[in-house]
Design a protein around this ligand. Structure first.
Ligand code: SF4
Ligand code: SF4
Length: 140
């Protein structure tokens, strides 16, 4: 699991890019909340072609591969008719540098570690909140 920071780039970067965005399929998924959902996601990330990333609190499942329309010299063979998703995907908010996500989860262990750390943080915040309430009761 890695925490990464976004880097500033310009649209010109597409011309020098090895078309990273045409190689991986990223699908939005919900944050796993039930035991069954967590187990399902753990099962998926044990494949070395699959990982999960989190960006702005949104979860995504990423499957490594290659678009069938990616031609030689990393050019799109259907550029004029490429899907809307491809048109909207631009630097600097893209995977060229692998820095467009805040959290990257590659194994079931990393997923559990991330969920545990979130649970711990939530408990700590609840404790602070409860302590604040007690202080207010003492004051009034
Ligand atoms: S959008 Fe990003 S990943 Fe895709 S070709 Fe342009 S620079 Fe590369
Ligand atoms: S359709 Fe073209 S731009 Fe879209 S992912 Fe495939 S090769 Fe890339």
């Amino acid at each position: 699991m890695k925490k990464q920071k976004a880097k500033k780039t310009t649209h010109d970067d597409c011309h020098r890019c090895p078309a990273a965005c045409c190689r991986d399929l990223a699908m939005a998924i919900g944050k796993p909340s039930t035991k069954a959902e967590i187990e399902d996601l753990k099962w998926q990330v044990r494949f070395n072609t699959v990982d999960v990333f989190i960006k702005s609190h949104h979860w995504y499942l990423r499957v490594k591969g290659r678009c069938i329309y990616l031609g030689r010299r990393n050019m799109c063979k259907i550029y004029e008719k490429r899907p809307l998703k491809c048109r909207l995907h631009r630097p600097p908010d893209c995977e060229r540098f692998g820095e467009y996500h805040e959290v990257l989860i590659k194994t079931p262990e990393q997923l559990q570690e991330y969920l545990d750390s979130k649970k711990k943080r939530k408990r700590a915040i609840e404790k602070i909140f409860d302590a604040g309430k007690k202080i207010q009761r003492i004051k009034f």
